[in-house]
Design a binder for this molecule. Structure first.
Ligand code: NAP
Length: 518
């Protein structure tokens, strides 16, 4: 069967009144579902516990999106048993059949796109366009990984057999049960990508979503079931990271861990996974995608209007809560004042408020913990730099922090080094491109980075020496597209696993070489 080539999913045009209407209707429908109880799903069965966690709308914490049943150790253990049992059959299902489930899920995402967009806005605080981009990226992952598994079948064609002597084969086979631990900031896209890469490769999984966005995780699994996924392949166990996250990482039967989240948790998981537990007969594989401290480096002789706009979009889209968000702008002294002035003007014109209102460019930050952490960094910024925009916080109704810019920040300042994960931009001045590249690389992270320059030699220098997993030239540093810009970082940004790229599925598999003598 021929499958049309992969193409990225187009984003909705929200300037069209019919799309606006459908989105508003979806918001109303989602609101009608507010407050419902959300069970675990283990081996296809809905499981309730006596421990509930309330998932709230970050733009209005009085609104309860759902009451999510929390898995404890015993539910995590039952889920492990289900995943181990299901692995015996799922790992033998032909790749084509597994791929078809992903393709069907993509079709359902498309049909239910407004509903998913609305839920993203309500549970994760995503403005319309950001919500739609997340759902579209989820579709991309399904379409891309479905095709990738079929491509991997062809690997055998590259292995040579010696006629009359032997037949050689090379296959990728699944690993076993994986622990999938996901973040809240791309609650559908990243969760879909991480989980579906693992299962389309023939593994079964325990899915531990972020506590902030577990209702979206439940909706995801409902769609996978509708697409024909057998029970027990994905076992959904929302619960506390420090409790059941920890349990499934340490479990001797866990074969691999796929994690996306902060550096602190990623490092902890990496260390724990390295310890061989009693009864464990393999070395666990860890796929870890972690934080960033992403920089845009601005050369002299550039279009200052364009630069300011790319920096502001990269810094404040989804309130800076993207691992790829620009949190450092490193600007050549010859254009510094002009670019800074334009950044301030543009930042001050951004609208902040409830993201279900399309007039608001920026919504809230995710929760009280994030609100407190970012507020604390604002205080640090006041000491380390010059506040030129924003700096205001308000958590009366939702967790709102205004887009904030600090200028004249020294390169070793905390706000230039630590991931804040909120709408805070630090700007520093450099005397030359060379110095700027040094400042850009002065970070333990290495996720995304941009260079804006008209100097061909400077662009080529950056290609070689800017130490990031995703480098962008003459554009913003956010918005990687599945299949077009494989995504993942160097150093403390993770294991450079390159989600949405041709090498990603192999991380969930192992190669088996078979040679038969004739
Ligand atoms: P987080 O606090 O590290 O949490 C990520 C996941 O880990 C959640 O499901 C969390 O569960 C779980 N967890 C927490 N403690 C755990 C433990 N001890 N053992 C096992 N699991 C544990 O990160 P986040 O706030 O959700 O996400 C934001 C971070 O993710 C930022 O640093 C951002 O840069 C990074 N990120 C990176 C990428 C990338 O591709 N590199 C993409 C997106 C986000 P609970 O929710 O229950 O705590």
């Amino acid at each position: 069967m021929a499958i049309y080539p992969y193409k990225t999913e187009p984003i909705f045009d929200y300037s069209l009144p019919e799309n606006q209407k459908k989105y508003q209707e979806a918001l109303l429908k989602e609101r009608e579902k507010f407050g419902k109880q959300i069970p675990l799903i283990i081996n296809g069965k809905r499981v309730k516990t006596d421990n509930l966690l309330t998932s709230v709308n970050p733009a209005n914490h009085r609104e309860i999106i759902g009451e999510v049943h929390q898995a404890g150790i015993s539910e995590a253990e039952t889920a492990m048993e289900a995943a181990l049992e299901t692995f015996k059959t799922w790992s033998k299902v032909p790749s084509q059949v597994r791929a078809d489930i992903l393709f069907k899920a993509a079709a359902i995402y498309r049909r239910r796109r407004f509903e998913l967009n609305a839920l993203e806005t309500l549970e994760a605080g995503k403005p319309w366009v950001e919500a739609d981009a997340d759902v579209a990226e989820g579709i991309d992952f399904l379409e891309y990984y479905g095709r990738q598994i079929l491509e991997l079948e062809k690997i055998d064609e590259r292995i040579i057999s010696r006629r009359n002597l032997e037949r050689n084969e090379y296959r990728y086979i699944p690993l076993g049960v994986g622990a999938i631990i996901t973040p809240w900031n791309f609650p559908l896209a990243i969760l879909t990508g991480m989980t579906c890469a693992a299962i389309v490769s023939g593994n079964t999984v325990l899915l531990k979503p972020s506590s902030n966005t577990s209702v979206i995780a439940y909706r995801f699994l409902e769609i996978m079931e509708e697409a024909g996924l057998p029970a027990g392949v994905i076992n959904l166990i929302p619960g506390k990271g420090s409790e059941i996250g920890d349990y499934i990482v340490n479990h001797p039967k866990t074969r691999f861990i796929s994690f996306t989240g902060s550096k602190a948790v990623g490092v902890e998981i990496y260390e724990k996974a390295a310890k061989v537990q009693k009864g464990q007969i393999w070395l666990k594989r860890v796929i870890a995608e972690m934080g960033g401290k992403d920089a845009i480096l601005v050369d002299e002789g550039i279009d200052t209007e364009f630069v300011a706009s790319e920096i502001v979009k990269s810094a404040f889209g989804f309130s800076g809560q993207k691992c790829s968000a620009c949190s450092r702008a490193i600007i050549h002294e010859k254009v510094y004042d002009e670019v800074l002035e334009k950044i301030v003007l543009k930042t001050n014109s951004l609208t902040l408020g409830d993201p279900s209102n399309p007039d608001n460019f920026m919504g809230p930050v995710i929760d009280q913990k994030a609100f407190d952490r970012i507020s604390n960094y604002l205080q640090i910024g006041m000491e380390e730099g010059r506040l030129v925009a924003g700096g205001l916080v308000d958590s009366k109704t939702g967790y709102f922090i205004s887009p904030t810019v600090f200028a004249d920040v020294p390169q070793d300042a905390k706000i230039m080094q630590e991931e804040i994960f909120g709408p805070v931009l630090a700007i520093t001045k450099v005397k030359s491109f060379e110095e700027g590249l040094g400042v850009a690389n002065n970070s333990e992270y290495g996720l995304t980075g941009s260079v804006i320059s008209n100097n061909r030699f400077h662009l080529e220098r950056a290609r070689e020496d800017f130490q990031v997993g995703n480098l962008y030239l003459n554009r913003k540093c956010t918005g990687a597209i599945v299949g077009y810009q494989p995504f993942g970082g160097f150093n403390m940004s993770g294991t450079d696993s390159k989600a949405g790229g041709p090498d990603y599925l192999i991380l969930h598999m192992q190669g088996k070489s078979i040679s038969e003598s004739f």
